[in-house]
Write a protein that binds this ligand. Structure first.
Ligand code: SF4
Length: 452
């Protein structure tokens, strides 16, 4: 990365949210079934298909960089018990709906949903199909640990309609893998991709990371190069967020092994260069897609959305979340399930919806959320037009826009009338810009992660 540009980005580097929702999850309040059930009861089948997210909070081993809600277990019994709870929760939610709903997207996240034995994955899919009308062209996606992809699992996914899988790769360097406790060779990933493709599951997403302990500049580029040889359809290039005060296992990563912010920027730029040269197009803050991918069309057609998994082409207005810590989105707002297994299982076994937190969205949230979503998806937002569409005066955020003049003077952002944008080469700054429109944002230390 150009040294002058890097210095300018670093001058504005700050701890800011990732903006996978607005308001962001730390601003959710206490909320229980009594708050959630009336929302479910107003859902209208005529409003179109909904999306479903299913969280599987188990992994066979803990990766030290992990920021997910998950627990390591060598035994399968807790996973099997959890599946029974999930099925009960799904039935409880479906019983509250005023009509049978269509489902156009199903996403299995975690944790490692690929830990599920084929018979349990089948039970979940069969229950979903019994409770909802899963559309013929539904996207059914699973986050998969390549190390756990067997012939039987691949066959089971295909039989259950899975048509997209994402692999956590992070970095292929053995030194980095040792420093994050995720040993996983290129051959393991290649074989997992081969197994899924043999059963027709061709839409493969890879997650790569920069900013990892002991990761050199060359590692990020070489990992991207090796990833390209496996022809993924999409790549998400995430920055490692070191938050040992929130995730205790991150204490196993030594601070002195972490690259500094300048090297992180160089790592992103090096991996990006490899992927662009391989024919991928950049989307949003950190995604890359092969030509022809529908995410590029969604970006160009202003239909891209952002959810808790990152960028998505899923435009369904309703997301039903199932499982521990899962977050749902309804027209009224967000709802999150209990994040501890004891609270989750006690509620489900008592026949109660396990909702624990949530946030009702008001008109101001909706307005600011649209500006922030446009910034995150397109690196630009026409603030005046969005204000007008919400029945507000076009000049209502002129003070916020004026506050961006420093970023513009430094060549990182552009103000054109009331349209604000970030230059693609300074895309890390988009979260900094978004935070200026966030009414809840406070720069309390250790609350968020660095933008760069
Ligand atoms: S496999 Fe994924 S979810 Fe599980 S510990 Fe590793 S990073 Fe976290």
């Amino acid at each position: 990365m150009d040294a002058a540009l890097k210095q300018k980005i670093l001058a504005y580097n700050a701890q800011v949210p990732r903006y996978t929702s607005y308001p962001t999850a730390p601003h959710f309040n206490e909320m229980d079934a009594a708050g959630y059930v009336p929302w479910l009861q107003t859902l209208d089948a005529a409003a179109g298909a909904v999306s479903v997210y299913i969280h599987v909070p188990f992994c066979t081993e803990m990766c030290w960089y992990c920021g997910c809600h998950t627990t390591a277990t060598k035994r399968y019994a807790p996973v099997e018990d959890y599946v029974s709870l999930l099925l009960r929760e799904m039935k409880m939610v479906a019983a509250q709906l005023p009509a049978r709903l269509s489902v156009s997207h199903i996403h299995f996240g975690g944790g490692s949903p690929s830990m599920l034995h084929p018979e349990d994955f089948t039970r979940i899919m069969q229950t979903l199909r019994a409770l909802f009308d899963v559309t013929a062209d539904a996207e059914i996606a699973i986050e998969a640990d390549p190390r756990g992809i067997t012939h039987d699992r691949a066959e089971n996914y295909a039989a259950m309609g899975v048509n997209r899988a994402s692999f956590g790769i992070q970095d292929f360097s053995p030194a980095v893998q040792a420093a994050i406790n995720r040993p996983q060779s290129y051959d393991v990933v290649a074989r997992a991709a081969e197994k899924l493709r043999a059963f027709g599951i061709n839409k493969l997403n890879f997650d790569l990371m920069y900013g990892l302990p002991r990761q050199m500049l060359g590692d990020a580029a070489e990992t991207a190069r090796l990833a390209m040889t496996l022809s993924p359809q999409r790549v998400a290039l995430f920055g490692y967020a070191h938050v040992p005060w929130m995730k205790k296992h991150m204490r196993l990563i030594k601070d002195e092994d972490l690259p500094d912010a300048g090297l992180r920027l160089d790592q992103f730029a090096a991996a990006e260069e490899v992927m662009l040269a391989a024919g991928m197009a950049a989307v949003g803050l950190d995604h890359f897609c092969m030509a022809g991918d529908d995410m590029i069309a969604a970006r160009d057609g202003k239909k891209l959305a952002r959810n808790f998994q990152g960028y998505t082409t899923d435009s369904a207005p309703v997301l039903l979340g199932f499982g521990l810590s899962s977050i749902g989105r309804l027209p009224q707002g967000f709802v999150q399930n209990a994040a501890h297994i004891t609270a989750y299982s006690e509620a489900v076994l008592a026949g109660q919806m396990p909702a624990a937190r949530g946030c009702e969205i008001n008109a101001e949230d909706s307005l600011r959320g649209e500006i922030i979503s446009d910034l995150m998806c397109y690196l630009a937002a026409d603030v005046g037009a969005i204000l007008g569409a919400h029945g507000r005066s076009a000049g209502d955020f002129d003070d916020v826009i004026a506050g961006l003049s420093g970023l513009c003077a430094d060549g990182l952002a552009v103000i054109d009338g009331r349209r604000v944008s970030v230059l693609p080469e300074a895309r890390q700054m988009v979260r900094v810009l978004a935070a200026r429109f966030d009414a809840y944002f406070t720069d309390a230390p250790k609350r968020h992660v660095q933008a760069a």
